[in-house]
Design a protein around this ligand. Sequence first.
Ligand code: C2E
Ligand code: CA
Ligand code: CA
Ligand code: CA
Length: 278
Amino acid sequence: AKAQGRNGIAFYKQGMSDAVSRQLKLEVALRKAIEERQFRLYYQAQVNIGNGQVSGAEVLIRWNHPELGIIAPDEFISVLESSALISIVGQWVFETACYQLAQWVADGIWKDDYHLCINISPRQFRDTDFTAGIERVVKKTGVPAHCLEMEITENIVIYDLDKAIEIMRDLHGLGIRFSIDDFGTGYSSLRYIKRLPVNVLKIDRTFIQDMCTEKDDASIVDTIIAMARHMGLDVVAEGVETQDQLELLKSLGCPNYQGYYFSPPGTADEFKQLLLAA
Ligand code: C2E
Ligand code: CA
Ligand code: CA
Ligand code: CA
């Protein structure tokens, strides 16, 4: 059950003349997708490098289009973000992931120190009722909030930074952790980033990809891991595909990783099998 980005591209091409009408048609299709519940959640394991055990999962959305099949998020997240539909879908992702987590907890297969990581668009931080909505879902589903982690990107600083920090503190109060996704790829200064109350840095997979052949990439990864250690932050390396990458990360003291080498994103049932095997 791999993502099929190409189907998404075919979708874009269907007799549409210009970029605007393409965007509009995609928006209409996405509204329909929301109404008809065409979105699905996939889960990708995070792994403790020290003992090779699962330490949690990242939640990744898919669009199960009735004709085109599974469409990857890169084809539609930006459209959702530009049209404010991201708030509706983002809320759905959070709620659905929490119900799933509650189920795994009830099944006795979710350990208390695992983390379920949910991508949050910077734009969701602008919703006036964002925190209240999260709090409501946490209460309603009864999930252990300390098992939840929100992945935000450095782009959060393009919005009101003080406001973002306030929201993060409120959610911290509930027990939710924060990570900075795609760390090292944004344009924001460390001066801003250090003000954000985060717990985890996720090293972008573009650095991992070439770290075994490019000295510069290896140094960047080394530096991020060292910096995180000094700041008391946890680290996850993303997009680990080979044993060589894993070995190098291990030698650099990276505590956790995620990637096809361990397992690709899969359905809730597929991830459950990983938990059962753990
Ligand atoms: P991301 O947050 O950086 O997620 C990691 C992406 O890397 C995922 O792509 C995942 O399938 C892919 N990946 C994982 N391991 C490997 C590997 O070993 N090699 C390679 N080449 N790729 C790997 P995916 O699922 O297509 O998601 C793309 C992006 O869409 C995500 O990037 C995230 O920015 C966004 N996204 C996904 N789900 C959500 C969501 O629920 N909400 C929001 N706001 N954004 C989401
Ligand atoms: Ca992510
Ligand atoms: Ca990422
Ligand atoms: Ca990314």
